[in-house]
Structures are given as C-alpha cells and as structure tokens.
Design a protein around this ligand. Structure first.
Ligand code: GRF
Length: 207
C-alpha cells in the first residue's frame, strides 16, 4: 500500500512505520513525506532513506484551501490518490480542509496521544496528566472534519504513575504509539478495516 506521511516535527512515528516495513510486518511503502515545516526532523529521516519529500511553509499560501490543494496534487503525483493508498498524519499539526479529506475518502488516518474522545487537541498527554486521570494512552483514528474526532481504529492504555509528570507520561505514551500505528496501518493495508458509523470493524485475516 502506498503511503504519504505528513509530519510537522520529529517523526518518531514515521520512523516506527519505516522500521515495521523493513521488518516485514507492514506491507506498505512510504512514497512521500510531506511537511509544513521545512526544518522538521521527520524530513531528515525520510531523506536519509532516499524517500521523496515535499515541504513548504503553509504561510506561503494565500489560504488553507490552497495549501491543501497543493498537498493533494503532490501526494497524487507519488501514487497516493482516492482508492490507492493512504495518507498518514504523524504529528502533523494542522487541520485538513474538507477538500483534502474528499480527495482520499476513508484513507486519512491520525494518531493522537490520548484516549479519545477524552483530551482532543494539541496537548493530549499533558491535558490527561493535568486532569489527574489514572489511565492514559493513545488512539489511531480515521480523520474527519472535526479535530481528533473520526472513528477509532485502535487504542492502547498505560497507567499514570504517581508523580511522574506530563513529559515522562508523554514519552511512555509515545512508545505505545510506535506499536499501535503500524498495527492499524497493517490492517488498513490488508483491507481489513470497515467503517460502520462511529465503529471500525476489523475483519479476520484471510486464511
Ligand atoms: C505524537 O505524540 C502524536 O501522537 C502527536 O504528535 C506526536 C508526534 O510525534 N500527534 P513524532 O513526530 O511522531 O515523534
């Protein structure tokens, strides 16, 4: 399955996806890594492996729609389009427009460092820690037009350790993200995910 991975930062989730592809446990190919931050370290990870990259500050564009339309065009040039492949948000810190989402129906996924629907937004892990929850975690979900809202594919939970603080909790959650994102993508690549309203059904593997 061809993938376009969108990053704004360090790209450790991108790295975990690449590692699982290398290990043979994810049948996918990262065709392109896209960023709105030309200095995102995730782009370096891609270049180091000879993966194509595209990066432009979103502020270069006159509107959100114009930036997204250009991303759709470039992603399509690399073989990810409606019915072919998926768009993987891996720390991409921008909301996508309806026009972008309509270009890849049922094929845009995101990872969020909280147990949705709790703590959507840009600081999910810290918000959970500050709230005082006993269980925290992460969620992979299909993307819709509302932030951190689309149907959930997989979640993983960790206990919050007394006094550990938000940074340590976020780091432990990130380790879990590196497990569940490749798993969700492996299901998607195998055609095993079916959206049924808010629910995502994971079909049995073919015998
Ligand atoms: C992760 O915590 C992810 O859940 C959130 O942004 C962070 C990205 O980390 N959406 P990285 O760039 O993959 O290291």
């Amino acid at each position: 399955m061809p993938l376009a991975v969108l990053v704004s930062g360090g790209g450790s989730n991108l790295q975990s996806i690449l590692d699982k592809i290398d290990a043979g446990s994810l049948d996918a190919e990262v065709r392109l890594v896209v960023s709105n931050k030309p200095d995102a370290y995730g782009l370096e990870r891609a270049r180091a492996r000879g993966i194509a990259t595209w990066s432009r500050p979103h502020t270069d564009f006159g509107s959100r729609e114009a930036f997204d339309a250009e991303m759709v065009r470039v992603i399509g040039e690399h073989g990810v389009r409606a019915g072919a492949g998926a768009v993987v948000l891996a720390g991409f810190m921008r909301m996508l427009t309806p026009g972008f989402l309509h270009a890849f129906p049922g094929a845009v996924v995101n990872i969020h460092p909280a147990l949705l629907p709790s703590f959507p937004g840009t600081h999910g892990a810290a918000d959970a820690e500050h709230y005082g929850v006993r269980l925290a975690g992460c969620s992979v979900h299909f993307v819709d037009e509302i932030m951190d809202h689309g149907p959930v594919i997989i979640q993983a939970a960790v206990p919050v350790l007394p006094g550990e603080g938000a940074d340590a909790l976020a780091a432990r959650i990130l380790t879990l993200e590196h497990c569940i994102y490749p798993q969700a993508l492996a299901w998607l690549a195998a055609g095993r995910l079916h959206i049924d309203g808010r629910r995502v059904l994971v079909a049995d593997a073919a015998p």
